[in-house]
Structures are given as structure tokens and as C-alpha cells.
Write a protein that binds this ligand. Structure first.
Ligand code: ADP
Ligand code: MG
Length: 347
């Protein structure tokens, strides 16, 4: 009876490690069995996190040429480590632009960047950022939403008090994203996408892979709150993420699943780490957990069974102590043997 649980857990955790699924503690296997919702971060988790510039568009009423918009954006993003910034720097370099250094730099998490350059502020970021800085956007909405409906993330670029234009950036989906989502639905868990990106872009990407429930416009500090809300509804929640901004949510979730190629902070916080950077391992880790829990239950059943048959017989003095000792050893062997069968489960 005493080894029924640990024997199965050891085989389950070992089996995971072989498949590149590092499980930090047995409690995650147990929780995975009760899981009801899996929440995915978008950028870097569902998408590759290597966005590319797809369009540079002047704002309505702006005289700025494409090159001018791109240059302003590049000056601002030079000091940023955001994947969106990389896309802009890459495009600017491809266009052969020389990017001067800014005089001051301020990253505004979940919104964008502000830099000082030649006595003027250059801003790049989302609607929230521009609205906070007092830009009127109503007139620009058609162009912005048009780009977003195609799955682009649109960044607004302003210099001084002028809105210069927009830079649209799109990220490619990971190859098997749709298959993974489908696999999760098949084992009966709900799927949610959580992102700091805007609603329209997120909906377009979600729809293309079968995620209907989207929580968009979430500031980095609020991701954990969204997880907490789901938990308050009585759900057992897993969070899959890669970024520094996902770490609090990974910690809050019942199971934090960190992508191996992600940031170190995410990996330190996750309860399960997917070394191979393959989203399909999310499904596999759940299958493995369920198989392990089934083994534990079988083991407990058989261990109880032997004892509840053996003890009464022994109590009536009908069991030779030698036979009893052999039965004891046999029951342990059967539990260990049954656990070892877990190795045959395909993950
Ligand atoms: P996610 O949750 O998808 O990883 P973030 O929370 O990092 O996204 O960012 C949310 C949004 O804030 C982005 O979609 C973008 O519009 C804006 N943003 C953040 N950082 C930058 C930046 N360096 N340059 C431009 N826009 C940015
Ligand atoms: Mg991310």
C-alpha cells in the first residue's frame, strides 16, 4: 500500500523527462488530472514570436513618407527588447536606414516605448499609449482595424504632436497550433488565449486555430488576475507561457507550463517545462498525467484488495506465515510491476 503511489509517480515523472517534459513535482501530475481550462499566452507561445513588418501606412492627414515613419519607429525601438521592436529594426536595416541613437528611452510595459530625439518625443505603441498621450484616433480607426482584422498587430507612431502613421506586424503561427488546440478540446478541456495585444488581432488569430475564448488588452501585471478569476469560478487552470510578463500568471495557475525556448524567469516559475519547444507536449503532458493517475488508482485498488483478503484469512489463523510473507512480497512486486507498465504508454 505504501509504495502504490510513489512507484507510479516515479515512473510517470521519469517517462516525462525522457520525452522532454520536465515535471517539477508530483502535485502537478495530480492537478493535471482535474484540469478544466488551459490558458495560452499568444506571442511566443502560440505564435513563433518572430514578427515581421507587413505594412507601413501614413496616418490620415499625415504627409509622412514610409521611410520617415519607419525611421522614427526604429529610433524609438533601438533600445527595446520587445519582439515587435526587433521586427522594426530588422525592416529598417533591410531598407538600408541608418538609425541614430535616441537621447532618452522609456519602455511602457504592455503599451510601447517613448524616446527623446532632437528635442522631440517619439512614441510608438498601441492605442492605449496614444490615447494616454492625448492623440485623437477616431479618424484613424478604419485603417487600423482593417489591418488588425487580417491578424496584424498595429503600432502607432508619433513624433512631437503629429501622428505619423502605422506599422503593421504579423507573426507566424507555430506549425501545429491548431492541432494542439483540437487535441485539448478532445480530452475535454476548455482553451483560452490571453494577450496584451488588441482584441481584433487576437480574435483573428484565435479564429484561425479554433480558440473562441479570448482575453485581450491585458497588461502584463494583470495576467495573473485573469487566472485568479478563472480559479474563483472553481476551475483548475493551467497557464502556458514563455515571457517574463507571463511569470506571475504561471505562478498563479494550478499548473504553470513554461516553453523551453522562453525566458529564464518563465522557466523558473513553471511547474512543468517543455524542453523541446513543441506545443504538442502540452497535450502529451496531460495524457501522461492522466495515465499516471490511472496507475496510482489501479495500484491502490490491488494493494487494498490483497490486504482485505489476506488479513481476515490470517486473523482466522488460516494463513501460514510463510505464505503470508510470500503474498506480501508478491503484492509489492505486482504494484512495482504494474507501475513499470506505465513505461509502455506512448508520449
Ligand atoms: P503579449 O502579451 O502579446 O506578449 P505585450 O504585453 O508585451 O504582448 O504587449 C502588448 C502590446 O503593447 C503589444 O501588442 C503592442 O501593441 C504594445 N507594445 C509593447 N511593447 C511595445 C514596443 N516595444 N513597441 C511597440 N509596441 C509595443
Ligand atoms: Mg509571450
Amino acid at each position: 500500500l505504501g509504495i502504490a503511489t510513489p512507484a507510479a509517480l516515479m515512473v510517470g515523472v521519469g517517462k516525462g523527462a525522457e520525452a522532454g517534459i520536465l515535471i517539477r513535482g508530483a502535485e502537478y501530475l495530480e492537478r493535471a488530472e482535474k484540469l478544466s481550462v488551459v490558458v495560452f499566452d499568444k506571442t511566443g507561445t502560440i505564435t513563433k514570436g518572430e514578427p515581421e513588418v507587413t505594412a507601413v501606412v501614413p496616418a490620415d492627414g499625415s504627409q509622412a513618407a514610409e521611410a520617415e515613419i519607419l525611421l522614427a519607429a526604429a529610433i524609438a525601438e533601438k533600445g527595446s527588447e520587445h519582439p515587435l521592436a526587433e521586427a522594426i529594426i530588422k525592416r529598417a536595416a533591410m531598407t538600408g536606414l541608418d538609425i541614430p541613437a535616441a537621447d532618452s528611452f522609456e519602455a511602457i510595459p504592455g503599451q510601447g516605448v517613448r524616446v527623446g530625439h532632437q528635442g522631440e518625443d517619439i512614441l510608438i505603441g498601441n492605442r492605449r499609449l496614444m490615447q494616454a498621450k492625448g492623440f485623437a484616433l477616431a479618424q484613424q480607426e478604419t485603417v487600423i482595424s482593417g489591418l488588425e482584422e487580417k491578424g496584424n498587430t498595429v503600432m502607432l507612431v508619433a513624433k512631437g504632436t503629429t501622428l505619423l502613421g502605422f506599422i503593421a506586424v504579423a507573426d507566424t503561427l507555430k506549425e501545429n497550433a491548431a492541432e494542439v488546440i483540437n487535441g485539448l478540446k478532445n480530452i475535454g478541456v476548455e482553451v483560452v488565449m490571453l494577450t496584451g495585444d488588441n482584441e481584433r488581432t487576437a480574435q483573428a488569430i484565435g479564429a484561425s486555430i479554433g480558440i473562441g475564448r479570448i482575453v485581450a488588452n491585458v497588461l502584463p501585471g494583470d495576467k495573473a488576475k485573469v487566472i485568479k478569476e478563472l480559479q474563483d469560478q472553481g476551475k483548475v487552470v493551467a497557464m502556458v507561457g514563455d515571457g517574463i510578463n507571463d511569470a506571475p500568471a504561471l505562478a498563479q495557475a494550478d499548473i504553470g507550463i513554461a516553453i523551453g525556448s522562453g525566458s529564464d524567469v518563465a522557466k523558473e516559475t513553471g511547474g512543468i517545462i517543455l524542453v523541446r519547444d513543441n506545443l504538442m507536449d502540452v497535450v502529451k503532458s496531460l495524457q501522461l498525467s492522466r495515465a499516471t493517475m490511472r496507475k496510482i488508482k489501479q495500484n491502490l485498488f490491488w494493494a487494498f484488495f490483497y490486504n482485505s483478503v489476506g488479513i481476515p484469512i490470517a486473523a482466522f489463523g488460516l494463513l501460514n506465515p510463510i505464505v503470508a510473507a510470500a503474498a506480501m512480497a508478491l503484492s509489492s512486486l505486482s504494484v512495482v510491476g504494474n507501475s513499470a507498465l506505465l513505461k509502455r504508454v506512448k508520449v
